[in-house]
Ligand binder design. Structure first.
Ligand code: DGT
Ligand code: CA
Ligand code: CA
Length: 413
C-alpha cells in the first residue's frame, strides 16, 4: 500500500503531505528536514509506524511488593520524607489498593495517613538504587525485542515495533501481550502498554487501561481516539497553553482540529501551533531518540512457510548477517552485543543475546556466533523448525571506528 501520495509546499514554512489513506500531515519546515535527514526514515515510513509506549504500573510501590509480597493486598504508600518532623514529606506513589482511598502522588504524607486511618496500611521510604535495578532488568527484556528503543524515565520507554510486526496492528497486540508476560514472568513486574502509529498516541494509550493494560490504537482510529481525550491529556500541554486556548474559545481537542496553524500561530507560536494541530488530528512525527550505547543495527525477515531444515535456517541467517554487516560497514561501526530473535507461528518471541569479549567488525565473527546461538536456541527451547515464522539478527553496543584502516582487522579491548 502506498501511503504518501502527494507532497505540496503550501507556504515557505509548512509542508502539507497527504497520505494514501487521506491523512494530512503538516510539517514545520525545520522538522521536515530533520525527518528526511534521519537515514532510517523515508516519507513512506511515516504513515506506517507502530510505536509502543511502555509504562510500569505504580512503579516504586510495585518494586516494594516484588521484595515483600505480603504488601500485595493492603494499601502501601511510598514516601519521600523531608526529615524535618515525623511524617513531614510527600507521597511519591502508592499501590492501587491505596488509590481506592484517594491517596495519590505529591499528597502530604499526613493527609495520606488520615485517608488510611481506618485500615491496615504500610508507609515506606523510597529506595532509588533498588528501583533503578528493577528498571534496568525490565528495560533489558524490552530491548531484547531488538528494535529502536528510547528510555524516557525510570519507569517508561518507547519502542518502534514497525519491523518486527510488519506494520500489522493485530500482530502488535500479540507482541504487546508477549512483552507484558515476559516482564511479569521474569521480574514479577506489571506494566501497561500503549500501541499507536506514533509516540503521542502510544503515550496517551498506555494510560488508558492501567494497571496491566494493553491499548491498541491503529492509524485509522488515531483521530477518533484523540478527539475523545481532554486537551490536558496531550503531553506537554500545561495550564499556560490551556489558558491561551481557552481565550481563543477552544475547549476540546476536536475544536483544535478545526483550526488551521495560521489561526493559532499568533497566540502560540509556529512550533506549538503545528504540534497541536497535528496532535489534534492524531498525528505526531517525532522519532524514537536512540541514545548512545543503545544504538543498534538489525534486520528481521519473514521465513518462507515451508522451511523445515537447518540448511534453510542457515541460509536465512547468512543473508541476515550479510545485510547487518553491510550496514555496519557503511556506518563504519563495530559491535559487541549480538541478539538473535526467533518469532514462532503463534508470535511467541524467543531471543538470546551474547556479549563478545571484544568489539568486532568482522563478518566471520558475526556469522559464526549467529549460527551457534541459533543452534542453541532451537535445541534448548525444543523449537520445531517449521514453527519459526520470523528471524532477526541485531547488533548493539556499537562503537565508531571510522578512523580504522580496515574494518575486517579491527579488534580492541
Ligand atoms: P501508574 O503509572 O499510574 O500506575 O503509577 P506510577 O507510580 O508508576 O506513576 P508514574 O508513572 O507517574 O511515576 C513513576 C514513578 O515516579 C512513581 O512510581 C514514583 C515517581 N513519582 C511520580 N510522581 C511523583 C511525585 O509527584 N513525587 C515524587 N517524589 N515521585 C513521583
Ligand atoms: Ca508508571
Ligand atoms: Ca511513568
Amino acid at each position: 500500500m502506498k501511503h504518501i501520495a502527494t507532497i505540496e509546499i503550501s507556504t515557505s514554512y509548512f509542508h502539507r503531505i497527504t497520505s494514501g489513506d487521506g491523512i494530512i500531515f503538516l510539517f514545520f519546515q525545520e522538522s521536515l528536514n530533520q525527518v528526511l535527514l534521519n537515514e532510517n526514515i523515508s516519507l513512506n515510513d511515516i504513515g506506517k509506524r507502530i510505536i509502543f509506549h511502555i509504562d510500569f504500573d505504580y512503579f516504586y510501590a510495585q518494586c516494594e511488593e516484588i521484595r515483600k509480597p505480603e504488601l500485595r493486598n493492603i494499601p502501601s504508600v511510598v514516601c519521600v520524607y523531608s526529615g524535618r518532623e515525623e511524617d513531614s514529606g510527600v507521597v511519591s506513589t502508592c499501590n492501587y489498593e491505596a488509590r481506592k482511598y484517594g491517596v495519590k502522588a505529591a499528597m502530604p504524607i499526613r493527609l495520606a495517613k488520615s485517608k488510611l486511618k481506618d485500615v491496615e496500611a504500610i508507609f515506606l521510604p523510597t529506595d532509588m538504587p533498588y528501583y533503578h535495578e528493577i528498571s534496568r532488568n525490565a528495560m533489558r527484556i524490552i530491548q531484547n525485542y531488538g528494535e529502536l528503543f528510547e528510555q524516557v524515565s525510570v519507569d517508561e520507554c518507547y519502542m518502534d515495533f514497525t519491523k518486527i510486526t510488519n506494520s500489522d496492528f493485530d500482530d502488535a497486540r500479540i507482541f504487546a501481550a508477549s512483552l507484558q508476560k515476559n516482564i511479569k514472568d521474569q521480574i514479577k513486574l506489571t506494566c501497561s502498554i500503549g500501541v499507536g502509529p506514533n509516540k503521542l498516541i502510544a503515550k496517551i494509550a498506555s494510560g488508558i487501561n492501567k494497571p496491566n493494560g494493553i491499548t491498541v490504537v491503529s492509524q485509522e482510529d488515531a483521530k477518533r481516539f484523540i478527539s475523545n481525550r481532554k486537551i490536558e491529556d496531550i503531553p506537554g500541554v500545561g495550564p499556560k497553553t490551556s489558558k491561551k486556548l481557552e481565550s481563543l474559545g477552544i475547549e476540546s481537542i476536536s475544536d483544535i482540529s478545526k483550526k488551521s496553524i495560521f489561526e493559532l500561530r499568533d497566540s502560540l507560536g509556529y512550533k506549538i501551533a503545528t504540534f497541536l494541530v497535528n496532535a489534534s488530528n492524531g498525528i505526531d512525527y517525532s522519532q524514537i531518540k536512540v541514545r548512545g550505547t543503545s544504538k543498534q543495527i538489525g534486520k528481521i525477515v519473514t521465513l518462507k512457510k515451508d522451511i523445515a531444515n537447518f540448511e534453510q535456517i542457515k541460509l536465512t541467517a547468512n543473508n541476515l548477517c550479510k545485510s547487518v554487516y553491510e550496514n555496519l560497514e557503511n556506518k563504519r561501526q563495530a559491535f559487541r552485543v549480538l541478539t538473535l530473535i526467533l518469532i514462532l507461528e503463534n508470535l511467541q518471541h524467543v531471543s538470546f543475546s551474547k556479549s563478545l569479549k571484544l568489539y568486532s567488525a568482522s563478518f566471520d565473527e558475526l556469522h559464526k556466533n549467529s549460527l551457534s546461538i541459533i543452534h542453541e536456541m532451537i535445541s534448548n527451547n525444543s523449537i520445531s523448525l517449521d514453527n519459526i515464522r520470523r528471524m532477526g539478527i541485531v547488533v548493539s553496543d556499537l562503537k565508531d571506528i571510522s578512523g580504522q584502516d580496515s574494518l575486517l582487522n579491527y579488534f580492541e579491548n
